[in-house]
Design a protein around this ligand. Structure first.
Ligand code: FDA
Length: 299
Protein backbone atom coordinates (compact mmCIF):
# COMPACT_ATOMS: atom_id res chain seq x y z
CA UNK A 1 0.00 0.00 0.00
CA UNK A 2 1.39 3.43 -0.89
CA UNK A 3 2.14 5.99 1.82
CA UNK A 4 -0.79 8.08 0.55
CA UNK A 5 -3.19 5.11 0.79
CA UNK A 6 -1.94 4.40 4.30
CA UNK A 7 -2.62 7.99 5.36
CA UNK A 8 -6.16 7.79 3.91
CA UNK A 9 -6.78 4.47 5.64
CA UNK A 10 -5.73 5.78 9.07
CA UNK A 11 -7.78 8.95 8.65
CA UNK A 12 -10.91 7.12 7.40
CA UNK A 13 -12.84 7.78 10.64
CA UNK A 14 -12.56 11.51 9.82
CA UNK A 15 -14.13 11.11 6.37
CA UNK A 16 -17.80 12.20 6.32
CA UNK A 17 -20.18 9.24 6.76
CA UNK A 18 -21.97 9.89 3.46
CA UNK A 19 -18.66 9.62 1.56
CA UNK A 20 -17.84 6.33 3.32
CA UNK A 21 -21.36 5.13 2.48
CA UNK A 22 -20.92 6.03 -1.18
CA UNK A 23 -17.63 4.12 -1.47
CA UNK A 24 -18.71 1.18 0.71
CA UNK A 25 -21.98 0.47 -1.14
CA UNK A 26 -20.37 -2.43 -3.00
CA UNK A 27 -19.80 -4.37 0.24
CA UNK A 28 -23.37 -4.15 1.59
CA UNK A 29 -26.56 -5.54 0.01
CA UNK A 30 -28.68 -2.65 1.29
CA UNK A 31 -30.47 -1.52 4.42
CA UNK A 32 -33.45 -3.90 4.17
CA UNK A 33 -34.09 -7.65 4.35
CA UNK A 34 -35.82 -7.46 1.00
CA UNK A 35 -32.70 -6.06 -0.70
CA UNK A 36 -30.53 -8.75 0.89
CA UNK A 37 -32.91 -11.52 -0.20
CA UNK A 38 -32.76 -10.12 -3.75
CA UNK A 39 -28.95 -10.29 -3.63
CA UNK A 40 -29.06 -13.89 -2.33
CA UNK A 41 -31.44 -14.85 -5.13
CA UNK A 42 -29.15 -13.34 -7.76
CA UNK A 43 -26.17 -15.18 -6.22
CA UNK A 44 -28.07 -18.48 -6.28
CA UNK A 45 -28.96 -17.89 -9.92
CA UNK A 46 -25.25 -17.42 -10.68
CA UNK A 47 -24.44 -20.75 -9.00
CA UNK A 48 -23.21 -19.32 -5.67
CA UNK A 49 -24.57 -19.86 -2.15
CA UNK A 50 -25.11 -17.06 0.37
CA UNK A 51 -24.60 -16.44 4.05
CA UNK A 52 -26.67 -13.50 5.25
CA UNK A 53 -25.55 -11.17 8.01
CA UNK A 54 -27.60 -8.59 9.89
CA UNK A 55 -25.21 -5.68 10.40
CA UNK A 56 -24.57 -4.41 13.90
CA UNK A 57 -22.17 -5.08 16.76
CA UNK A 58 -21.26 -4.11 20.31
CA UNK A 59 -24.86 -3.47 21.41
CA UNK A 60 -25.35 -2.32 24.99
CA UNK A 61 -29.16 -2.51 25.13
CA UNK A 62 -31.02 -5.83 25.50
CA UNK A 63 -33.80 -4.56 23.25
CA UNK A 64 -31.34 -4.15 20.34
CA UNK A 65 -30.07 -7.72 20.73
CA UNK A 66 -33.64 -9.03 20.92
CA UNK A 67 -34.58 -7.10 17.78
CA UNK A 68 -31.63 -8.73 15.98
CA UNK A 69 -32.84 -12.20 17.06
CA UNK A 70 -36.31 -11.39 15.67
CA UNK A 71 -34.75 -10.20 12.41
CA UNK A 72 -32.83 -13.50 12.08
CA UNK A 73 -36.03 -15.47 12.71
CA UNK A 74 -37.86 -13.49 9.97
CA UNK A 75 -34.84 -14.02 7.72
CA UNK A 76 -34.94 -17.82 8.11
CA UNK A 77 -38.67 -17.78 7.35
CA UNK A 78 -38.08 -15.75 4.18
CA UNK A 79 -35.14 -17.95 3.07
CA UNK A 80 -37.37 -20.99 3.45
CA UNK A 81 -40.41 -19.38 1.78
CA UNK A 82 -38.37 -18.34 -1.28
CA UNK A 83 -36.41 -21.59 -1.50
CA UNK A 84 -33.05 -19.80 -1.30
CA UNK A 85 -29.78 -21.67 -0.78
CA UNK A 86 -28.58 -19.47 2.06
CA UNK A 87 -27.65 -19.71 5.73
CA UNK A 88 -26.86 -16.91 8.19
CA UNK A 89 -23.83 -15.44 9.95
CA UNK A 90 -24.20 -13.81 13.35
CA UNK A 91 -22.00 -11.58 15.51
CA UNK A 92 -22.21 -12.32 19.21
CA UNK A 93 -21.68 -8.71 20.27
CA UNK A 94 -24.85 -7.89 18.30
CA UNK A 95 -26.64 -10.67 20.18
CA UNK A 96 -25.68 -9.20 23.56
CA UNK A 97 -22.31 -10.78 24.44
CA UNK A 98 -21.01 -7.51 25.95
CA UNK A 99 -24.19 -7.27 28.09
CA UNK A 100 -24.26 -10.76 29.57
CA UNK A 101 -22.93 -14.11 28.32
CA UNK A 102 -25.96 -16.15 29.43
CA UNK A 103 -28.34 -13.68 27.75
CA UNK A 104 -26.27 -13.92 24.56
CA UNK A 105 -26.12 -17.73 24.67
CA UNK A 106 -29.91 -17.92 24.91
CA UNK A 107 -30.27 -15.51 21.98
CA UNK A 108 -27.92 -17.67 19.91
CA UNK A 109 -29.91 -20.74 20.97
CA UNK A 110 -33.14 -19.14 19.68
CA UNK A 111 -31.53 -18.43 16.32
CA UNK A 112 -30.07 -21.96 16.14
CA UNK A 113 -33.39 -23.53 17.14
CA UNK A 114 -35.19 -21.62 14.37
CA UNK A 115 -32.49 -22.67 11.89
CA UNK A 116 -32.84 -26.31 13.00
CA UNK A 117 -36.61 -26.17 12.46
CA UNK A 118 -35.87 -25.32 8.79
CA UNK A 119 -32.91 -27.71 8.47
CA UNK A 120 -30.65 -24.66 8.17
CA UNK A 121 -27.32 -23.54 9.67
CA UNK A 122 -25.86 -20.68 11.74
CA UNK A 123 -22.28 -19.42 11.46
CA UNK A 124 -20.88 -17.46 14.41
CA UNK A 125 -18.47 -14.83 13.06
CA UNK A 126 -15.29 -14.29 15.08
CA UNK A 127 -14.78 -10.76 16.41
CA UNK A 128 -11.78 -9.29 18.25
CA UNK A 129 -9.71 -11.17 20.83
CA UNK A 130 -11.63 -9.76 23.81
CA UNK A 131 -14.43 -12.21 22.93
CA UNK A 132 -12.60 -15.22 21.41
CA UNK A 133 -12.94 -17.48 24.47
CA UNK A 134 -16.59 -16.59 25.08
CA UNK A 135 -17.41 -17.02 21.39
CA UNK A 136 -15.89 -20.51 21.27
CA UNK A 137 -17.62 -21.42 24.54
CA UNK A 138 -21.04 -20.38 23.22
CA UNK A 139 -20.32 -22.13 19.90
CA UNK A 140 -19.57 -25.43 21.71
CA UNK A 141 -22.63 -25.16 23.97
CA UNK A 142 -25.19 -24.25 21.30
CA UNK A 143 -23.73 -26.59 18.67
CA UNK A 144 -23.89 -29.34 21.31
CA UNK A 145 -27.62 -28.63 21.72
CA UNK A 146 -28.72 -28.23 18.06
CA UNK A 147 -25.85 -29.61 15.94
CA UNK A 148 -26.20 -26.89 13.28
CA UNK A 149 -23.75 -24.19 14.38
CA UNK A 150 -20.31 -23.36 12.98
CA UNK A 151 -17.49 -21.11 14.18
CA UNK A 152 -14.72 -19.04 12.61
CA UNK A 153 -10.97 -19.29 13.27
CA UNK A 154 -8.48 -16.60 12.28
CA UNK A 155 -5.03 -17.53 10.99
CA UNK A 156 -3.45 -14.36 12.42
CA UNK A 157 -4.13 -15.69 15.94
CA UNK A 158 -1.28 -17.65 17.48
CA UNK A 159 -3.80 -19.88 19.31
CA UNK A 160 -5.57 -21.17 16.18
CA UNK A 161 -3.80 -24.53 15.76
CA UNK A 162 -4.53 -25.30 19.42
CA UNK A 163 -8.18 -24.24 18.99
CA UNK A 164 -8.49 -26.73 16.13
CA UNK A 165 -7.33 -29.52 18.47
CA UNK A 166 -10.11 -28.55 20.88
CA UNK A 167 -13.02 -28.50 18.42
CA UNK A 168 -16.06 -30.56 19.37
CA UNK A 169 -16.00 -34.12 18.01
CA UNK A 170 -19.54 -33.84 16.63
CA UNK A 171 -19.51 -32.58 12.98
CA UNK A 172 -17.45 -29.40 13.39
CA UNK A 173 -17.89 -26.83 10.61
CA UNK A 174 -15.26 -24.09 10.62
CA UNK A 175 -14.74 -21.00 8.48
CA UNK A 176 -11.05 -20.19 8.24
CA UNK A 177 -10.04 -16.59 7.47
CA UNK A 178 -6.98 -14.42 8.06
CA UNK A 179 -8.68 -12.11 10.60
CA UNK A 180 -9.55 -8.44 10.29
CA UNK A 181 -9.25 -6.86 13.75
CA UNK A 182 -6.11 -5.11 15.02
CA UNK A 183 -4.54 -7.40 17.61
CA UNK A 184 -1.35 -7.08 19.73
CA UNK A 185 1.75 -8.97 18.61
CA UNK A 186 1.74 -10.96 21.86
CA UNK A 187 -1.24 -12.97 20.62
CA UNK A 188 -1.28 -12.46 16.83
CA UNK A 189 1.11 -13.09 13.96
CA UNK A 190 1.87 -9.77 12.31
CA UNK A 191 3.78 -10.47 9.10
CA UNK A 192 1.73 -11.03 5.92
CA UNK A 193 3.67 -14.18 4.98
CA UNK A 194 3.40 -15.63 8.49
CA UNK A 195 -0.39 -15.15 8.52
CA UNK A 196 -0.51 -16.91 5.14
CA UNK A 197 1.70 -19.77 6.40
CA UNK A 198 -0.49 -20.25 9.46
CA UNK A 199 -3.59 -20.23 7.21
CA UNK A 200 -2.12 -23.12 5.20
CA UNK A 201 -1.09 -24.98 8.38
CA UNK A 202 -4.57 -24.52 9.89
CA UNK A 203 -6.33 -25.49 6.66
CA UNK A 204 -4.18 -28.62 6.40
CA UNK A 205 -5.01 -29.59 9.99
CA UNK A 206 -8.75 -28.95 9.53
CA UNK A 207 -8.93 -30.97 6.32
CA UNK A 208 -6.74 -33.78 7.67
CA UNK A 209 -8.97 -34.18 10.71
CA UNK A 210 -12.19 -34.31 8.66
CA UNK A 211 -13.59 -30.88 9.60
CA UNK A 212 -15.93 -29.26 7.03
CA UNK A 213 -14.10 -26.04 6.06
CA UNK A 214 -15.31 -22.72 4.70
CA UNK A 215 -12.14 -21.41 3.01
CA UNK A 216 -12.71 -17.66 3.36
CA UNK A 217 -10.15 -15.78 1.32
CA UNK A 218 -9.62 -13.75 -1.87
CA UNK A 219 -5.87 -14.32 -1.72
CA UNK A 220 -4.94 -16.26 -4.89
CA UNK A 221 -1.91 -17.82 -3.20
CA UNK A 222 -4.20 -19.32 -0.53
CA UNK A 223 -6.79 -20.41 -3.09
CA UNK A 224 -3.98 -22.24 -4.88
CA UNK A 225 -2.79 -23.86 -1.61
CA UNK A 226 -6.39 -24.84 -0.81
CA UNK A 227 -6.79 -26.56 -4.18
CA UNK A 228 -3.52 -28.44 -3.54
CA UNK A 229 -4.83 -29.68 -0.16
CA UNK A 230 -8.26 -30.58 -1.59
CA UNK A 231 -6.43 -32.68 -4.14
CA UNK A 232 -4.04 -34.22 -1.61
CA UNK A 233 -6.87 -35.34 0.71
CA UNK A 234 -9.15 -36.20 -2.26
CA UNK A 235 -11.96 -34.14 -0.73
CA UNK A 236 -15.38 -34.27 -2.37
CA UNK A 237 -17.43 -31.08 -2.86
CA UNK A 238 -19.42 -31.95 0.24
CA UNK A 239 -16.33 -31.57 2.49
CA UNK A 240 -15.51 -27.88 1.96
CA UNK A 241 -16.61 -24.63 0.33
CA UNK A 242 -14.88 -21.42 -0.68
CA UNK A 243 -16.27 -18.21 0.80
CA UNK A 244 -15.91 -14.62 -0.38
CA UNK A 245 -17.22 -11.20 0.60
CA UNK A 246 -19.85 -9.34 -1.38
CA UNK A 247 -18.21 -6.70 -3.56
CA UNK A 248 -14.76 -8.33 -3.69
CA UNK A 249 -13.13 -9.92 -6.75
CA UNK A 250 -16.13 -11.21 -8.69
CA UNK A 251 -13.76 -12.57 -11.32
CA UNK A 252 -12.17 -14.96 -8.81
CA UNK A 253 -15.68 -15.92 -7.67
CA UNK A 254 -16.56 -16.91 -11.26
CA UNK A 255 -13.28 -18.82 -11.71
CA UNK A 256 -13.89 -20.90 -8.57
CA UNK A 257 -17.47 -21.69 -9.60
CA UNK A 258 -16.34 -22.66 -13.09
CA UNK A 259 -13.77 -25.00 -11.57
CA UNK A 260 -16.64 -26.85 -9.89
CA UNK A 261 -16.18 -25.67 -6.29
CA UNK A 262 -19.02 -24.74 -3.98
CA UNK A 263 -18.74 -21.02 -3.21
CA UNK A 264 -20.63 -18.96 -0.65
CA UNK A 265 -20.85 -15.16 -0.63
CA UNK A 266 -21.19 -13.16 2.59
CA UNK A 267 -24.20 -10.84 2.23
CA UNK A 268 -24.41 -8.19 4.95
CA UNK A 269 -27.38 -5.84 5.23
CA UNK A 270 -28.99 -3.41 7.63
CA UNK A 271 -28.87 0.13 8.89
CA UNK A 272 -25.68 -0.33 10.96
CA UNK A 273 -23.37 -0.59 7.96
CA UNK A 274 -20.70 1.89 9.12
CA UNK A 275 -18.21 -0.19 11.24
CA UNK A 276 -18.36 -3.11 8.78
CA UNK A 277 -17.73 -0.78 5.84
CA UNK A 278 -14.79 0.91 7.55
CA UNK A 279 -13.14 -2.52 8.10
CA UNK A 280 -13.69 -3.44 4.44
CA UNK A 281 -12.29 -0.13 3.19
CA UNK A 282 -9.23 -0.49 5.42
CA UNK A 283 -8.23 -3.74 3.69
CA UNK A 284 -8.83 -2.39 0.19
CA UNK A 285 -5.60 -1.16 -1.41
CA UNK A 286 -7.70 0.89 -3.83
CA UNK A 287 -9.27 2.74 -0.94
CA UNK A 288 -7.40 6.01 -1.42
CA UNK A 289 -8.45 6.32 -5.05
CA UNK A 290 -12.09 5.52 -4.23
CA UNK A 291 -12.24 7.92 -1.29
CA UNK A 292 -10.64 10.72 -3.31
CA UNK A 293 -12.99 10.20 -6.24
CA UNK A 294 -16.06 10.06 -4.00
CA UNK A 295 -14.95 13.11 -2.06
CA UNK A 296 -14.62 14.96 -5.36
CA UNK A 297 -18.04 13.70 -6.44
CA UNK A 298 -16.63 11.55 -9.27
CA UNK A 299 -18.10 8.11 -10.07
P1 FDA B 1 -5.94 -10.21 1.43
O1 FDA B 1 -6.38 -9.18 2.43
O2 FDA B 1 -4.49 -10.37 1.20
O3 FDA B 1 -6.71 -9.94 0.07
C1 FDA B 1 -6.38 -10.64 -1.11
C2 FDA B 1 -6.87 -9.80 -2.26
O4 FDA B 1 -8.29 -9.71 -2.20
C3 FDA B 1 -6.40 -8.34 -2.20
O5 FDA B 1 -5.18 -8.16 -2.83
C4 FDA B 1 -7.52 -7.61 -2.93
O6 FDA B 1 -7.33 -7.77 -4.31
C5 FDA B 1 -8.74 -8.41 -2.53
N1 FDA B 1 -9.45 -7.83 -1.38
C6 FDA B 1 -9.43 -8.26 -0.11
N2 FDA B 1 -10.23 -7.51 0.67
C7 FDA B 1 -10.76 -6.57 -0.14
C8 FDA B 1 -11.68 -5.49 0.05
N3 FDA B 1 -12.23 -5.24 1.22
N4 FDA B 1 -12.00 -4.74 -1.02
C9 FDA B 1 -11.47 -4.98 -2.25
N5 FDA B 1 -10.60 -5.98 -2.48
C10 FDA B 1 -10.24 -6.76 -1.46
N6 FDA B 1 -12.58 -11.77 9.56
C11 FDA B 1 -12.72 -11.93 10.90
O7 FDA B 1 -11.87 -11.46 11.67
N7 FDA B 1 -13.81 -12.59 11.40
C12 FDA B 1 -14.76 -13.15 10.60
O8 FDA B 1 -15.71 -13.76 11.09
C13 FDA B 1 -14.60 -13.00 9.18
N8 FDA B 1 -15.53 -13.51 8.32
C14 FDA B 1 -15.26 -13.51 6.96
C15 FDA B 1 -16.14 -14.15 6.09
C16 FDA B 1 -15.83 -14.23 4.74
C17 FDA B 1 -16.77 -14.96 3.81
C18 FDA B 1 -14.61 -13.65 4.25
C19 FDA B 1 -14.22 -13.77 2.81
C20 FDA B 1 -13.80 -12.96 5.10
C21 FDA B 1 -14.11 -12.86 6.46
N9 FDA B 1 -13.29 -12.16 7.34
C22 FDA B 1 -13.48 -12.30 8.70
C23 FDA B 1 -12.27 -11.21 6.81
C24 FDA B 1 -10.91 -11.86 6.66
O9 FDA B 1 -10.36 -12.11 7.92
C25 FDA B 1 -9.96 -10.97 5.85
O10 FDA B 1 -9.81 -9.75 6.50
C26 FDA B 1 -10.39 -10.70 4.44
O11 FDA B 1 -10.93 -11.85 3.84
C27 FDA B 1 -9.19 -10.28 3.58
O12 FDA B 1 -8.23 -11.30 3.58
P2 FDA B 1 -7.86 -12.19 2.29
O13 FDA B 1 -7.61 -13.59 2.78
O14 FDA B 1 -8.90 -12.04 1.26
O15 FDA B 1 -6.45 -11.68 1.85
Amino acid sequence: MSLFSRVVVTTLPLVPKFVVGHVAKRYVAGETREEALGTAKALNESGALATMDVLGEEVSKRSKAEAAVEEYIRLFEAIEERGLDANVSIKLTLLGLKIDETFCRENVARVAETAASFGNFVRIDMEDSSVTDATLRIYREVHGRYGNVGAVLQSYMRRTLRDISELPAEAPNIRLCKGIYIEPRAIAWKRFETVRANFVAALDKLMRTGVYVGIATHDEHLVCEAERLIDRYALGRDRYEFQMLLGVDEELRRILLDRGHRLRVYVPYGRDWYPYSIRRLRENPEVARHVMRATLGLR
